[in-house]
Design a protein around this ligand. Structure first.
Ligand SMILES: NC(=O)c1ccc[n+]([C@@H]2O[C@H](COP(=O)([O-])OP(=O)(O)OC[C@H]3O[C@@H](n4cnc5c(N)ncnc54)[C@H](O)[C@@H]3O)[C@@H](O)[C@H]2O)c1
Length: 260
């Protein structure tokens, strides 16, 4: 069975999707998946060279994508990216915030600089992208759809080995901001939700090494780590017209990590 075959080939035809953190891992796989379902995708990432070659690959496979360098931690960069979004796309139907950094410091080794950096990228970066998207979606009759990638660690914490306190707190904050935005936008036509991935074998996990990855995989009921495609499949559903009742929700896709 081919990937994402549950969704019609034209499931996102006529829709525009902006993805942050689209040069790698889940963001990149999401760009592939939405482009494969005929969305026009705006891929944004701080890593311009990787982003450009990823976008080229998707174009070669027939997808319609744009690539835009963007640092979600820098407000002028966020403003510039959304200004480009206005020029490149006729509308903004979906925003998916994947951009984030991991950190793995133990408690005694965490300082304010690390906390500030993690919060700027993961939490403030997510909020200010959502804010910019909401401003545009409010002007659209069709509203819009925002999906923020949080984490299992935002719910259950991080112990410093795979991800640490600062990262887990930034993701708990992401879950909270999704709920606050959902409350404030109540009664409108913008949906916002969160996705909580469990341990997923993406470049994000490169630093932990194969031995620890093997242990994580073995500890999960499904006996493997998540794949970016597991997350992209969930993203397709959450952002689709088949999920109108998902509102202010956090969807866990974690291979049963709570049963470890
Ligand atoms: N991999 C996991 O196990 C896991 C588990 C739970 C949640 N998550 C979350 O899923 C999302 C995607 O993670 P991934 O595994 O694909 O990671 P990844 O490291 O493969 O991709 C993250 C992307 O974000 C980009 N990025 C980092 N800082 C940025 C910035 N300031 N501005 C713009 N782009 C920036 C990176 O360049 C990279 O392309 C992240 O939010 C991550 O926290 C990952």
């Amino acid at each position: 069975m081919s990937l994402y075959s549950t969704f019609a080939p034209d499931a996102f035809s006529g829709k525009t999707v902006m993805i942050t953190g689209a040069a790698s891992g889940m963001g990149l796989e999401a760009a592939r998946a939405f482009a494969a379902k005929q969305a026009e995708v705006l891929m944004c990432d701080i890593n311009a060279s990787t982003l450009d070659s990823a976008a080229k690959d998707i174009r070669s496979a027939g997808g319609t994508v744009h690539a835009l360098e963007m640092d979600v931690a820098d407000q002028s960069s966020v403003d510039a990216a959304f200004a480009s979004c206005d020029e490149l796309l006729d509308s903004l139907d979906v925003l998916i915030t994947c951009a984030a950094i991991g950190s793995t410091a133990r408690i005694p080794d965490q300082d304010r600089a690390l906390w500030r950096h993690v919060m700027e990228v993961n939490l403030l970066g997510t909020f200010f992208c959502a804010q910019a998207a909401i401003a545009r979606m409010k002007k659209q009759e069709s509203g819009g759809n925002i999906l923020c990638i949080a984490s299992d660690a935002g719910v259950n914490g991080g112990g410093g080995l795979v991800v640490d306190t600062a990262y887990a707190a930034s993701k708990a904050g992401t879950l909270s901001l999704v709920k606050s935005i959902a409350r404030e936008l109540s009664g409108g036509n913008i949906r916002i939700n969160a996705l909580n991935p469990g341990p997923t074998d993406s470049p994000f996990m490169a630093k932990i090494g194969d031995e620890l990855k093997g242990r994580i995989a073995g500890s999960l009921p499904v006996r493997r780590m998540g794949k970016p495609s597991d997350m992209a499949a969930a993203m397709l559903y959450i952002c689709s017209d088949d999920a109108p009742f998902l509102y202010g929700n956090a969807v866990d896709v974690n291979g049963g990590s709570i049963f470890r």
